[in-house]
Design a protein around this ligand. Structure first.
Ligand code: ZN
Length: 425
């Protein structure tokens, strides 16, 4: 598989707060023009840092880069490994046999098989396949990143991927000239084929995080953890369909301002933004799931209070609440109206799928003035999975079977919504 940089739907993961400062200084020193996002500059992309996190169930390779670049992923049988090649300079990033714990990846090596070529070899504990791979553009104080996710797979599928890699390599060796990584040849048109396969980008936004725990159940469980676990479930289901690229605004217990959440989605031109919450309310009998789209006039007082509380989330971490700029011109206003219509259609599709299997609030498709729903150009919904102030809901929100059922229903709803968009709804 060759993934050209142009294919990269500049997706962002908010792996905030960690490890980035040193890399950023390096980025500025090496190629200031490139960190400003100029991918056509003469200076080739450079690898700044690499890291692997691995459990038995999944593993992730993250490569910090000065700018997006081309990459290819191969599966190798002996020793069992996944090899990522990219066009980039390494600087000091070479590393041999870095241990990666006792998860899916046991160790990894970064080396430079040629000039402007970096190869990362991920040694596997067992058969695995690439679940998704994508490049994120540099954004504010974060470098560009190549992210590769691996999940366990059967020996048969692994063997098939090895054969695909071998077939690609054979093709590369016999095909007419076109520059490939490492100066080998690649078939003309191969890049174009990959470029065609741009999937809609769904950004999932698990609410709260870090110092902002969100609502808290009587058993001490925090909203931020419930919605993060649920977001990962939903991401998996959507990725498994093969129809969507799916990014999370946060995939760790990190604090993000409301503006950052919206900016991540807008910068990447997301096709759908889904914010996840499980708030509490001072009437313990209020329960059930509901979905919000943006509306200045809240459906009820409860909805208005919920939105006001959510919009104050930044204060918890010492930031001032975000200012809503509102529609600035006729074009934005027009766009915003169409986006609201699409948001409503998305909410409707999600509710229809939830209805048979989940207790919903009366009139479950509601409106309130949630700040995170304010992108004028991205259909956005906020899902209240339930209320942690209600004991039945709390029970559900801590039951895996219930969470799986809801995630599956929402994944179906997303597919139905995009089916509708394709037919020009
Ligand atoms: Zn919340």
């Amino acid at each position: 598989m060759i993934f050209p940089a142009v294919r990269a739907r500049l997706i962002f993961l908010a792996l905030v707060c960690v490890f980035l400062n040193a890399s950023l200084i390096a980025a500025q020193e090496v190629t200031p023009a490139e960190t400003a996002g100029n991918t056509n500059a003469a200076t080739p992309p450079a690898l700044l840092d690499s890291r692997v996190t691995a459990t038995q169930d999944r593993a992730r390779l993250v490569l910090d880069l000065t700018t997006p670049t081309e990459f290819a992923v191969h599966t190798v049988a002996d020793p069992m490994s996944v090899v990522v090649e990219l066009r980039a300079q390494t600087g000091d990033a070479e590393d041999t046999n870095q241990p990666a714990g006792d998860g899916l990846i046991t160790s990894y090596t970064v080396d430079t098989p040629g000039s402007q070529r970096v190869r990362v070899t991920l040694s596997l504990a067992g058969p695995a396949q690439v679940q998704q791979s994508y490049i994120l553009d540099a954004f504010e104080d974060q470098p560009a990143r190549l992210v590769i996710d691996l999940v366990p797979d059967t020996a048969e599928n692994f063997a098939a991927n090895v054969r695909d890699t071998q077939a690609e390599e054979a093709e590369v060796e016999t095909a007419p000239t076109e520059t490939a990584l490492d100066g080998r040849q690649t078939a003309p048109g191969e890049t174009a084929t990959a470029t065609d396969a741009v999937r809609p980008l769904v950004v999932i936004d698990p609410g709260h995080g870090g110092v902002d725990g969100g609502a808290r159940a009587t058993n001490g469980l925090e909203e931020k953890n419930i919605v993060l676990a649920f977001a990962l479930k939903l991401q998996n289901l959507l990725v498994e369909t093969g129809r969507f690229d799916v990014a999370l605004t946060r995939d760790t217990d990190a604090f993000l301002t409301l503006s950052e959440r919206v900016a991540l989605a807008r910068q990447n031109q997301a096709d759908l933004f889904i914010s996840l919450h499980a708030d509490s309310f001072d009437q313990a009998d209020v329960r059930g799931a509901s979905i919000y789209t943006r509306g200045d006039l809240a459906t009820s007082d409860l909805d208005r209070v919920l939105a006001e509380n959510e919009n104050r989330a930044d204060l918890v971490a010492g930031f001032s609440p975000p200012e809503d700029e509102g529609a600035v011109d006729v074009l934005v206003d027009f766009l915003a109206r169409e986006t609201r219509r699409q948001s409503y259609l998305a909410g409707q599709a999600l509710i229809e799928q939830l209805e048979p299997s989940v207790q919903l609030r009366r009139f479950p498709l509601r409106q309130a003035d949630f700040f995170v729903l304010n992108s004028p150009d991205i259909p956005s919904v906020l899902i209240e999975l339930g209320f942690l102030s209600n004991s039945d809901d709390t029970q559900n929100l801590t039951t895996d079977a219930w969470l799986d059922r809801v995630a599956a229903a929402l994944a179906r709803g997303v597919a139905v919504y995009f089916d509708g968009r394709r037919t020009g709804q």
